[in-house]
Design a protein around this ligand. Structure first.
Ligand code: SF4
Ligand code: SF4
Length: 178
């Protein structure tokens, strides 16, 4: 069976060939929004950062910080869960002995904030609430690549005592709850 082909003529209207009406229509939409925002300001969603800041939700993931124990020492026991979970491989930890055979602590704890993808998996992986991203701060702008690597002291500068019980409540934790 022969297939019929219907040839449709290209439109030759001057308006379609020059695009002038379409350009004018587009500029009209732009100018309408411009004057609406200039006088009404009801559609403006941007803010003058950093002078003006939005309130972030409580679970916003910001710059990392390390948490402290009640005695002021670092909570991290260098278990290596967070660098293992990190998909960007941006956490570097070198552990050292504490004298307690049950736990270590980080001699070096570094996070490369430029490689971090802000996924929060390090926080999820930590078994002792030693690392958080609840600072409400963005990663800071830096002039040199190396300055984006936060060390242990940088991370501890935003530290706070944790409400979690260091080392867990022990095997009889159910009995202690009652
Ligand atoms: S937020 Fe994600 S990418 Fe960033 S350090 Fe934690 S695990 Fe790695
Ligand atoms: S998961 Fe927590 S305790 Fe383990 S190395 Fe990371 S911050 Fe330290």
């Amino acid at each position: 069976m022969a297939i019929g082909v219907k040839v449709v003529e290209r439109p030759h209207a001057l308006a379609q060939e020059t695009y002038v009406p379409a350009v004018v229509k587009g500029l009209g939409v732009t100018m309408r929004h411009f004057f609406q925002n200039l006088f009404g300001k009801k559609h403006i969603v941007t803010v003058q950062y950093p002078e003006e800041k939005l309130k972030y939700p409580a679970r916003n993931r910001g710059l990392h910080r390390l948490m402290k124990r009640d005695d002021g020492s670092v909570r991290c026991v260098a278990c290596m869960c967070c660098p293992t979970a990190c998909p960007a491989h941006c956490i570097t930890i070198v552990a050292e002995e504490t004298g307690n055979p049950n736990e270590k602590r980080p001699l070096i704890f570094e996070i490369d904030e430029l490689r971090c993808v802000v996924c929060g998996l390090c926080v999820e992986a930590c078994p002792c609430d030693a690392i958080r991203m609840d600072t409400g701060e963005h990663a800071h702008p830096v002039a040199h690549r190396a300055d984006a690597v936060l060390g242990k002291n940088d991370l501890l500068s935003r530290a706070a005592p944790s409400t979690a019980h260091q080392g867990g409540l022990g095997p009889d934790w159910r009995a202690r709850q009652s």
